[in-house]
Design a protein around this ligand. Structure first.
Ligand code: ADP
Ligand code: MG
Length: 141
């Protein structure tokens, strides 16, 4: 089934000038970029995006990190996009991520781990709608 997932190149990865390498990996792995923009979230916007984590001990630190600089947000489209992009990202902790994954290559630690990807159809729908409206998403034939 063709799916859409939300991808974010996080502030650490944008600041390190690794965005182009990540986008190249997405294209080489068969993902179509059907929407893309660069934004700088406020702390309050980052808190809203990560609301599911509000009870976690890292919520304040995570949302401070995600609002420290610009991010690049994309909607990716592909067969099985949600699971396949999670695999390409690698484990949350870059030290535990497999060789060749985005987080292994570009992540620094469990928080500053270079990229975000939706973890289910439900979160993909919420996250895509958070950043994009239908007019901003390219339609296929
Ligand atoms: P993932 O991004 O792999 O889906 P989670 O949804 O569990 O991981 O966490 C969201 C984000 O919160 C992670 O990508 C990471 O930036 C941060 N994070 C997760 N666990 C920790 C932790 N133990 N300490 C600090 N930051 C964390
Ligand atoms: Mg998650």
């Amino acid at each position: 089934m063709v799916e859409r997932t939300l991808s974010i190149i996080k502030p650490d990865c944008v600041a390190a000038k690794n965005s182009g390498k990540v986008i190249s990996m997405l294209e080489k792995n068969g993902f179509d970029i059907v929407a893309m923009k660069k934004v700088w979230l406020t702390k309050q916007q980052a808190e809203k995006f990560y609301i599911v984590h509000k009870e976690r001990p890292f919520y304040d630190s995570l949302t401070t990190f995600m609002s420290e600089g610009p991010i690049i947000v994309m909607v990716l489209e592909k067969e099985n996009a949600i699971e396949d992009y999670r695999k390409l990202m690698g484990a949350t902790n870059p030290q535990e991520a497999s060789d060749g994954t985005i987080r292994k290559l570009f992540g620094s630690n469990i928080e500053r781990n270079a990229v975000h990807g939706s973890d289910s159809k439900e979160s993909a729908d919420y996250e895509i709608n958070f950043f994009f409206n239908e007019l901003e998403i390219v339609k296929g034939e």
